[in-house]
Design a protein. Structure first.
Length: 194
């Protein structure tokens, strides 16, 4: 499958207030406030997120919404990241997943450093407006450990209260018959997404 060429890295320019402005090649100037002290993006000065979309979002106390990242072709859940309005805007308009790192307090684009890009195919908002589902074509592993997904390393055993026997959800075992089952929903006929 062909993917758009990776864009050149962004450029930072010193602003008059001692911070930095981010220039995204092909994307114009982005109004970000970047700390001159540590070089991290601290907050967007403005957001270009469509106001109708912004009005639908229910953010946590930090202004973030969890984004579940799912492989388009298999329905496999790859990872979970956090987005604010600016990260969602970039994800929607640049076609690559952009997140807010809660630990580093900065924006990051998946694959910008590792080369394991995620090309956005669709973004959906759940019924409550508090979670995003981002369908992607992933290049390489999603997890920083090198695993295909962030959920590969530690499957947990679930004990079904009805039968009091282990049911391994990860393997797709039907609890009532014990047979392998496809737990994904049927393909969405309009979008072809599982």
């Amino acid at each position: 499958m062909e993917h758009p060429r990776a864009s050149p890295p962004p450029h930072y320019c010193l602003s008059s207030n001692g911070g930095w402005i981010l220039a995204v090649p092909g994307g114009g100037w982005s109004a970000l406030v970047v700390s001159g002290e540590n070089g991290r993006v601290t907050e967007p000065a403005t957001t270009d997120l469509d106001p109708q979309i912004a009005a639908l979002l229910k953010r946590n106390e930090a202004g973030l919404v969890p984004a579940i990242i799912q492989q388009q072709t298999t329905g496999e859940v790859l990872m979970l990241g956090w987005m604010d309005d600016h990260a969602l805007h970039r994800t929607l308009t640049e076609g690559r997943t952009t997140f807010w790192s809660r630990s580093r307090q900065t924006y990051w684009v998946k694959g910008e450093q590792s080369g394991n890009a995620q090309w956005v195919r669709q973004v959906r908002l759940d019924c409550d407006g508090d979670t995003l589902l981002v369908t992607v074509d992933a290049e390489g592993p999603a997890c920083h450990t090198g695993d295909r997904t962030c959920f590969d390393a530690r499957p947990l055993t679930v004990t079904s209260p009805a039968t009091n026997s282990p049911a391994t959800i990860r393997s797709g075992t039907n609890r009532s018959t014990g047979e392998d089952a496809d737990l994904r929903r049927p393909a969405d006929s309009e979008h072809g997404v599982r």
